[in-house]
Design a protein around this ligand. Structure first.
Ligand code: AVJ
Length: 370
């Protein structure tokens, strides 16, 4: 478990019960609650598949983005193809890297202000886009639990493996938590959200995943959020802020090569998913900070002239020596500018928190009453 949280859920419960129950120790009944919570685990868990994670045949529609991205010049691929189960694991490793300041900086902000967030929103259903391991979400759940609010969590992720395993771990650690998970892309999930079972709802998009969207996509995305929310409901956004190039480039070119492995894993994901024959030894990781666009760009560079096939998509893709596929942009934001964009989209920033260095920003927004 990252971020200095107790690794053991049992220990975590022990730490919290004296506060919430007013008892002086670890009482029999709490042990009983905990054991029975293991038994009704299935009742508290529901996982719905809006996309099929394994079978490429049923995925031809979603593969349209792969086909068009690889047919264009310059070539590109959508970053969500990073996240097969292996890619999600590699991303968890990235989060622990000394150079990758994002996760621990955001976690420290949560550590300090999760209580304030819970007080501002009141009892609410927590919806998380790109939930991954849900480790930062624990800090929110702790805060809502401490307020005595019911805990309802709706994680959304394209990786079924990580969604299910983190859901099970959370249920074991939070005995009153109910989880309704969606294996889905963000767009699909936002369209399908049913009304919240609690007085309000907060959609969380943290970890600076927003940085993967270009400005146009960002506008569309904010509109989708506005539409998915009722007036008065909340949007919690975590974004990486602009900072010196050296710090940024180190974070995306780590010395252990984990980021390189993460980038190259996208090709092995495409091989498995679409019957491809990308040779991972014939491509390399390349990333740099584009200062005029304020974005990290990650590419996969072909080391020679080669043709790669994706059999299930009926594609043959020719590469020049040195030709690249843009696999990700990771934009770095200006707080004032993003606040203006959000409020123009009907998402009023009501509170913004950052760390002392102003490296990372967390914004709580509320949908306008119009
Ligand atoms: C998950 C999109 C926020 O952009 O920093 C990490 C992904 N890519 N290292 C980021 C990523 C390379 C990450 N996001």
């Amino acid at each position: 478990m990252a971020f200095g949280l107790p690794a053991d859920g049992f220990y975590e419960s022990f730490m919290q019960f004296p506060k919430s129950s007013g008892s002086t120790g670890f009482s029999q009944s709490k042990i009983g609650d905990r054991l029975s919570s293991q038994y009704n685990l299935e009742e508290r868990l529901q996982i719905e598949y809006l996309i099929d994670p394994v079978n490429a045949q049923t995925n031809l529609e979603s593969a349209q983005d792969v086909i068009s991205g690889l047919s264009q010049t310059p070539k590109s691929l959508p970053p969500r193809y990073f996240y097969d189960d292996r890619g999600s694991q590699l991303f968890e490793q990235i989060c622990e890297l000394p150079e990758y300041y994002l996760t621990r900086t955001e976690a420290a902000i949560f550590q300090e202000y999760a209580g304030a967030i819970a007080q501002l929103t009141g009892a609410c259903e927590i919806v998380e886009l790109g939930s991954g391991s849900s480790s930062k979400t624990r800090l929110l759940l702790d805060a809502y639990q401490q307020q005595g609010y019911p805990l309802r969590y709706l994680p959304i992720d394209v990786s079924a493996g990580i969604l299910e395993s983190s859901a099970r771990t959370l249920l074991a650690d939070y005995s009153s938590l109910k989880i309704h998970g969606l294996v889905s892309t963000y767009e699909l999930a936002l369209e399908r959200l049913s009304p919240a079972p609690l007085p309000t709802r907060m959609i969380c998009f943290i970890g600076s995943t927003l940085g993967n969207l270009n400005p146009d996509e960002c506008h569309v995305f904010f509109s989708q959020i506005t539409q998915a929310l009722q007036p008065g409901e909340y949007f919690l956004l975590g974004i990486d802020l602009q900072k010196p190039k050296g710090l940024l480039e180190a974070a995306y070119n780590d010395s252990q090569g984990v980021t390189a492995a993460f980038n190259l894993n996208m090709l092995s994901h495409l091989n498995q998913r679409f019957g491809g024959n990308f040779d991972l030894n014939q491509f390399e990781h390349w990333s740099f900070y584009n200062e005029s666009l304020h974005q990290i760009e990650m590419h996969l560079r072909s080391l020679k002239a080669q043709t790669v096939e994706l059999q299930d998509l009926g594609m043959a893709i020719a590469f020049q020596p040195g030709e690249t596929i843009l696999s990700e942009i990771s934009r770095k934001f200006d707080l004032t500018q993003i606040q203006q964009e959000l409020s123009a989209k009907g998402l009023q920033p009501i509170q913004t928190w950052t760390d002392l260095n102003q490296w990372f920003g967390l914004l709580l927004c509320q949908r306008h009453n119009s």
